[in-house]
Ligand binder design. Structure first.
Ligand SMILES: [Zn+2]
Length: 825
């Protein structure tokens, strides 16, 4: 991955601390020992593998500072008001609110939204949100049928997803998460009853109809998690057999990355580890890591903790301009949080923080009043225009618009609440662990069962210092675990002001087992060093990290109102400053190329904004003039580093990439001499016009020099006259100076089997002579064959414009992948 990354993955040291009071033990551990259990919070019940961590019930953790601010902004933002924006949440006729399960919108959107909305409300103790959530929870509870099914009956018949009479188990998987959160917050036993009845129902679904359909099969891991959640509370043995059945019918993620849809990958890669709790087969546990690494090796050689899957991962589309869906980010975070409780490895916390700090904030506007669908590590324009096929998904995927982006619009509200709910976990030995650092207070039972609170004060991830203050009604013995992140070589610990000599290596936990008293204070310093990662598979580009944050070039952002409503506006973001910089690095010691600048903490507590970033880096850079945006408005593809530049060296500012909606976070480097690369300007398309061009296509495709693999090649851009059918249409090149042309060839687009474009009935070239168009008589015929260039030769013509006129087949449209023109002297 990188020649600069020096972070050890397995080394850690354990030393008994000095200066600790009698009866106290301080040492580093790889994860909490599961020899002891926790009799205060629910962990795995035998025969499931003992839990190294137990999730605390929603409400036990009160986020503060910047994290609380994200939840408050979300509550005030589009997600907290989505019932006013989304038609899927209209109560009138909503199948999720119908006792009979009849009506509209009975698929994933309402439970997707409720999962984040209710959790956000519980954590903030926001009465409006709690009351609104209750309406949907009560309806779900009331919808259970005699046989155990609950939720929209339409889902059972499969009409929502064309399952043709077979149960669509996917939307119910999401509602089960909502019910669990509600139970954790309220203790309402009706949830246990509903889930038990529903799980019994699932045991009766015949094997050939169980978990069928694309989404249910890919995402069966979510159902499996809920089966274990219930088993750990009831101990009903039938649930273990049901779990085996769920695993049997879930896509075989234990064999490989089974599917390349970004959200399925984010939800599914860890499924085998969830099943490991029952199978206790190491292969199942290791499969999650294998999948994680395979995804990162193939598509994740970029900063931000995610990978390029814009909608799916595509071979050849592996650079930092490839994007990932916002749903992918929040599901990846939740998977990491679950994996952390399954095997306790601190790497899952590191990885969760990476996504949370570096990717997720940039998927929303800083006020969380709008979101977009796709976010990339390098993106220099977020407008409403399609970026397909540069990004796989066509349409306004980069447009910050609270009214669209359907799945993300509803689903992504669970990112911050689940993150906040996993900052602290319970541990074996009736202890507590601070596993992800952020300002917060945990109120939980420890030791012999007394309730204490610990206040965590910090500006992490923007600062290295974290302090913990204990409030307890009487002294109590329990272990407190503090995570040492993988990037941290040398953490410093103090207890009540006295330094301790514990040596904990990266990716471990410091365990402090002692009798804690009211007013006890722990200080933790996690020194953050500037490090570089080199992406050898992406041209030797580099990313700059300091602690858990990765840095982006600071690019001026101009918000342009484009659509939406006055109450819920939509925005494009355009750059106001240059972005095409390569970094000038000090070769012998690259990290010394940067200097740190601390700035004031933002008054409004929202640091994830370009100008609010409380920390910046200064760097030296040179512009690479030939590095430009392409005709789609995407940042030009990276070329090999080091790159040559004869521009002057400039001082530039880097900000945390989570603060940057426009961002360059995988940089070319600048070099000179024989090893340096001359950045090539991408071929320019000829100025072209058309009688009509479909909004998702472009006339620039005609001369983009990309040779199609076939007429049905969807991987490159095309020009089509869609949806015009059976008409006479044209495309035209205009030349600045007259050209002498003697031949031309055209590669037709034809999506038989997928769409409505076919090779045209006939075509004809014309050239401009004075103000008139004159037919060109070809030496042979004007060919209409698929999967090849159809070439024509003719007596040379001198002209300033060439037109290609087509007659479309009746009932069909047509399109062109490439149109070449040969000039002669
Ligand atoms: Zn989505």
């Amino acid at each position: 991955m990188s020649k600069y990354t020096l972070v050890g993955l397995t080394t850690f040291f354990a030393l008994v601390g000095t200066g600790s009071p009698a009866g106290a033990e301080i040492r580093a551990v790889e994860r909490p020992s599961t020899d002891a259990g926790n009799d205060l919070y629910v962990g795995n019940r035998p025969p499931l593998a003992a839990s190294p961590f137990m999730k605390l019930p929603v409400g036990a953790i009160e986020p503060q500072g910047w994290v609380r601010k994200q939840l408050e902004l979300q509550a005030d933002g589009f997600h907290g008001h989505l019932t006013e924006i989304s038609r899927f949440l209209a109560k009138e006729g909503n199948a999720w609110l119908s006792p009979a399960g009849e009506g509209q919108h009975g698929w994933e959107e309402p439970p997707y939204w409720l999962k984040g909305f209710s959790n956000c409300g519980y954590i903030l103790r926001d009465q409006r949100m709690i009351a609104e959530s209750k309406i949907w929870i009560e309806a779900a509870l009331a919808s259970q049928k005699q046989d155990g099914w609950f939720g929209p009956d339409k889902g059972r018949k499969g009409a929502a997803t064309k399952l043709q009479g077979r149960e669509d188990l996917w939307p119910n998987m999401i509602m089960l998460f909502c019910l669990q959160n509600y139970h954790e917050f309220t203790g309402d036993e009706r949830v246990i009853e509903l889930m038990t009845n529903y799980m019994k129902y699932l045991t009766t679904v015949p094997e050939d109809r169980f978990l069928v359909g694309y989404w249910p099969r890919m995402r069966g891991g979510d159902l499996l998690y809920s089966v274990y959640w219930l088993y750990n509370r009831t101990g009903d043995k039938f649930l273990l057999d049901l779990a085996k059945k769920v695993h049997r019918h879930t896509a075989a993620w234990e064999k490989d990355v089974i599917n390349w849809h970004n959200v399925n990958m984010s939800q599914g890669f860890g499924q085998p580890a969830t099943y490991y709790m029952q199978s206790q087969d190491r292969n199942h546990l290791e499969a999650a890591e294998r999948n994680w690494r395979k995804i990162r090796n193939m598509y994740g050689q970029v900063p931000g903790g995610m990978f390029g899957g814009d909608e799916n991962c595509r071979p050849g589309f592996t650079g930092p301009r490839q994007a990932v869906e916002t749903c992918g980010m929040v599901e990846m975070m939740l998977s990491h949080e679950i994996l952390l409780t399954i095997n306790g490895d601190a790497k899952w916390a590191d990885r969760c923080e990476d996504v949370a700090f570096n990717s997720l904030p940039a998927a929303f506007t800083p006020d969380l009043k709008a979101l977009h669908y796709l976010t990339a590590p390098n993106m220099i324009l977020c407008d409403r225009h399609t970026k397909s096929p540069g990004l796989q998904n066509g349409g306004p995927m980069l447009h910050f618009n609270p009214h669209i982006h359907r799945c993300c619009q509803h689903n992504t509200g669970h990112g911050w609440p689940y993150y906040a709910a996993h900052l602290w976990l319970a541990t074996p030995g009736n202890g507590l662990a601070a596993v992800m650092y952020a300002p917060s207070r945990v109120i939980a039972k420890v030791g012999n069962g007394i309730k204490i609170s610990i206040l965590q004060e910090t500006k992490y991830p923007f600062d290295e210092d974290i302090s913990f203050s204990v409030t307890a009604s009487r002294p109590v013995q329990f272990p407190l675990y503090l995570r040492v992140p993988g990037w941290c070589e040398n953490p410093k610990l103090s207890i009540n002001g006295a330094a301790t000599s514990v040596e904990a290596g990266p990716r471990s936990y410091i365990m402090i087992d002692r009798k804690w008293s009211d007013g006890d204070k722990v200080g933790l310093k996690l020194p953050m060093e500037i490090k570089l990662r080199e992406w050898t598979q992406n041209g030797g580009s580099v990313s700059v990290d300091r602690g858990p944050l990765t840095y982006s070039l600071k690019i001026g952002e101009r918000y342009v109102r484009e659509g939406g409503t006055d109450v819920w506006p939509a925005w494009e973001i355009h750059p106001t400053t240059a972005w095409n910089y390569g970094l000038v690095l000090n070769d012998s010691e690259p990290a010394s190329s940067f200097s740190l600048v601390r700035k004031d903490w933002p008054d409004n507590n929202q640091p994830f904004e370009t100008d609010a970033a409380p920390i910046e880096l200064r760097a030296r850079a040179k512009k690479i003039p030939a590095w430009q945006k392409d005709h789609l408005g995407l940042v030009g593809k990276l070329q090999p580093s080091p790159a040559k530049s004869s521009d002057p060296t400039e001082d530039v500012t880097l900000i945390p990439m989570g603060c940057a909606r426009l961002r360059i976070s995988a940089f070319p480097t600048i070099g000179s001499g024989a090893g340096a690369h001359e950045w090539k300007e991408p071929p320019k398309s000829l100025p072209a016009t058309a009688s009509h061009c479909w909004a998702g296509d472009s006339v620039a495709a005609l001369s983009d020099k990309l040779v199609p693999k076939s007429s049905n090649d969807h991987s490159i851009q095309r020009m089509t006259w869609w949806p015009h059918k059976g008409t006479t249409e044209w495309v035209q090149y205009d030349f600045k100076k007259p050209k002498r042309i003697a031949a031309a060839s055209v590669y037709w687009f034809d999506d038989t089997g997928k769409g409505g474009c076919r090779i045209p009935k006939s075509w004809q070239l014309r050239y401009k002579k004075g103000n008139d168009w004159t037919d060109i008589v070809a030496a042979g015929s004007y060919g209409v064959e698929k999967d090849r260039f159809n070439s024509v030769r003719f007596e040379p013509v001198q002209t300033t414009a060439l037109r290609l006129e087509v007659v479309l087949q009746p009932e069909f449209s047509a399109g062109i992948l490439e149109w070449r023109v040969d000039t002669v002297r």
